[in-house]
Write a protein that binds this ligand. Structure first.
Ligand code: GDP
Ligand code: IMO
Ligand code: MG
Length: 418
């Protein structure tokens, strides 16, 4: 399940729903920058590191090799679930090769953003960038390292390095001693968890013909290579990231489910071609309650963008689509979809350009009439207003991929199977 926009497409909701039919749900990249919201009845949960299959007692939930884990937020999530009556320690597995986010990684994230000033990425300040930098820089600490005798010494060595780096950045307010105390307590708890050799674990499940769903975090437009660089996250959010992050061969991947909102949002800085700055944008933001699940920041809103979606479906090899938040379009009288971009040299293109900020001069849109009905209570596809059906068919024909699921509300059951 891959996010086809800039994140927050509703992955958590849909993965939770589908997990009923899977043996295992596996996160393969990202970390606590993710915020996956799940609403079951009147209970609402936001998961950051734990996969969204955790509410199914018999489903294996694996935090894969490709992740960066903050032990503090991870334990807090587990405790939060405990408080709501769910003990997830039995079906939660953690990969030995996942990297650890140190308190000083978060400090560096804040320092780097302060240093960038107006050009900041708008990171979630969870330490994601610095931790992946240490991974590729070959300095990082991994989950498996917590079992070593000299773990503390390794920690201190990396911490020293970070303090040296931090001196290059403006001072940020950070209670290092306090955070370290919490961190080591959380590490102690992590030692008692089910730590696994992810690639062998996956291989065994594949041999046993288990049904496995890999749950993406972020979205393709935030991918480190294919996103709107440098305003991206630091991991491979695309289908190829599944192979890297879980240690599975490409041939193990069957269906690629792509998920998109019926409009588009982005949180943080960076290009967003179809962004709205008018009442329609306001209306989408309010009706869609577009506030970040991790940081609470207001999300920027805009129209759905066909060249952008075509680009990401191409990269990911998407075989089926899920369209979420169709109900939110009830808040506007008419709505639009971008169909092509005019470049600075006057040429029209349906490709996503190298630099979306400066290369796009103009955007061509197709306008759709809205509908008056609320969609939240609809149960079947044929109950959708005619205009909504027309929009779904438009997406299918533009992208050449069938829409299998339509989501009309945040609750688990507010979903229409096609
Ligand atoms: P994720 O990061 O992709 O899992 O998405 P988030 O949880 O960050 O953001 C999606 C938000 O939209 C959450 O608040 C969901 O509860 C909510 N949501 C998901 N699907 C729908 C839908 O079809 N309609 C409405 N109105 N809200 C939805
Ligand atoms: P989910 O899984 C939306 C954005 C941040 C920032 C950029 C880099 O809930 O869809 P980072 O902390 O990763 O260094 O931030 O990426 N970002 C997200 N936006 N949804 C997410 O995850 C995001 N994770 C990171 O806002 O612009
Ligand atoms: Mg989210």
């Amino acid at each position: 399940m891959i996010g086809l926009q800039w994140g927050d497409e509703g992955k958590g909701k849909i993965v939770d729903l589908l997990s009923e039919n899977y043996d295992a749900i596996c996160r393969f990249q990202g970390g606590p920058n993710a915020g996956h919201t799940i609403e079951i009845g009147d209970q609402k949960h936001v998961l950051h590191t734990i996969p969204s299959g955790i509410f199914r007692k018999h489903t294996i939930n694996l935090v894969g090799n490709g992740l960066v884990i903050d032990p503090i937020t991870f334990q807090r999530e587990i405790e939060g679930l405990m408080q709501s009556g769910l003990d997830c320690r039995e079906n939660l597995y953690v990969a030995l090769k996942a990297h650890l986010i140190l308190p000083t990684h978060r400090m560096l994230d804040a320092g780097s953003e302060a240093h960038k000033g107006k050009e900041k990425i708008g990171s979630t300040l969870r330490g994601i960038g610095p931790t992946y930098m240490d991974k590729t820089g070959r300095n990082g600490l991994r989950v498996g390292d917590i079992l070593r005798q000299d773990f503390k010494k390794r920690y201190e060595k990396l911490r020293e390095k970070h303090l040296g780096l931090a001196s290059m950045y403006p001072n940020v307010d950070f209670d290092l001693a306090g955070e370290e105390e919490k961190w080591f307590k959380a590490i102690d708890q992590m030692r008692n968890m089910k730590l696994v050799n992810c690639e062998y674990f996956m291989s065994q499940m594949l041999s046993d013909r288990k049904k496995i769903l890999a749950e993406g975090a972020q979205g393709t437009m935030l991918d480190i290579t294919y996103g709107t660089y440098p305003f991206v996250t630091s991991s491979n959010t695309i289908t190829a990231g599944v192979c890297d992050g879980l240690g599975v061969p490409p041939s193990a991947i069957g269906n690629v489910m792509g998920i998109t909102k019926a409009y588009c949002t982005r949180v943080g800085s960076g290009p967003f071609p179809t962004e709205l700055f008018d009442e329609d944008g306001e209306a989408l933001m309010e009706a869609g309650r577009e506030f970040g699940a991790t940081t609470g920041r207001q999300r920027r809103c805009g129209w759905v963008d066909i060249p952008q979606l075509r680009y990401v479906c191409m990269i990911n090899g998407v075989t089926e689509l899920t369209v979420t938040k169709l109900d939110v379009l009830s808040a506007v009288k008419t709505f639009k979809a971008a169909t092509s971009y005019q470049l600075q040299n006057g040429d029209w293109t349906s490709e996503f350009p190298f630099d979306a900020e400066s290369d796009i001069a103009k955007i061509k849109y197709l306008e759709f009439n809205g509908w008056d009905d609320d969609l939240e209570h609809l149960k079947s596809y044929d109950q959708l207003p005619e205009q909504a059906g027309k929009f779904i068919r438009f997406l299918e024909s533009e992208l050449g991929i069938p829409v299998k699921l339509v989501s009309v509300g945040p609750e688990r059951n507010q979903t229409i199977f096609r």
